[in-house]
Design a protein around this ligand. Structure first.
Ligand SMILES: [Zn+2]
Length: 227
């Protein structure tokens, strides 16, 4: 008996379209999902990301307007790191931390070291039509990168770093943390909204570890964080 695909199945297809850059199909599925579930911010975020990757900035703007019209709320991305029982929390471009100056200096250092290792910023992860160098700067201010920079400053060499993120990590953070684990010789664990990511010496192990596989990450993605 033929079955109608559930929103979760459509959602998984939409993620696949984003990953493989299938714009036409992604657009059709994205619009369908928004119609089915107009209050779910994740649907807009994924479609917006597909448009951004294709450089369709007018469509990105229209989608934002539609989100507002539909009263969709987004969640700000936050990353936390627990050091000696004290929780330090970071949001994108955070400058509230008392050691913000050192943290940004460390971020600069990480950038230089990683670029020497061949890192190329994934600026397609930025959802706004801004200059290329601004996109790179924005990427480097994602909350998990700030939390890891702080971890590198505050803990001694070789100490593992554990970070928790309330949303899903973007592809650029994934690549950066992978390289950081190798260059700085640190084991890094990031538990994001979807799963645990274990980074060791430039290799990654992903596991759900008791976390339920949830609707293909279609909650609130980085749409707000990348503002
Ligand atoms: Zn990121």
């Amino acid at each position: 008996m033929p079955m109608t695909p559930s929103p979760a199945v459509w959602g998984a297809l939409l993620v696949a379209c984003k990953v493989h850059g299938n714009i036409d199909m992604g657009e059709k599925i994205g619009k369908l999902l928004i119609e089915l579930d107009p209050k779910n911010g994740g649907r807009y975020a994924l479609l917006s990301n597909i448009y951004a990757k294709a450089g369709r900035w007018d469509d990105v703007e229209k989608l934002r307007a539609l989100m507002k019209e539909n009263g969709v709320k987004t969640t700000t991305g936050r990353s936390t790191i627990d050091l000696d029982g004290i929780i330090h929390e970071f949001k994108i471009e955070d400058s509230d931390h008392p050691r913000a100056r050192e943290i940004y200096a460390m971020v600069e250092e990480m950038m230089v070291k990683l670029e020497l290792e061949g890192y190329v910023p994934k600026t397609s992860e930025v959802l706004f039509d801004i200059e290329e160098d601004e996109k790179e700067t924005t990427l480097w201010r994602h909350s998990e990168k700030l939390a890891i920079a702080f971890g590198l400053i505050i803990t001694s060499t070789g100490t593992p770093i554990r970070v928790t993120k309330n949303l899903r990590m973007c592809e650029d953070c994934h690549s950066v943390i992978k390289l950081v684990s190798c260059v700085y010789k640190r084991d890094i664990v990031v538990r994001d909204w979807l799963r645990f990511h274990h980074f060791r010496n430039g290799k990654i192990k992903e596991e759900n570890d008791g976390l339920k596989e949830r609707d293909s990450g279609l909650k609130e993605l980085q749409i707000k964080e990348q503002v």
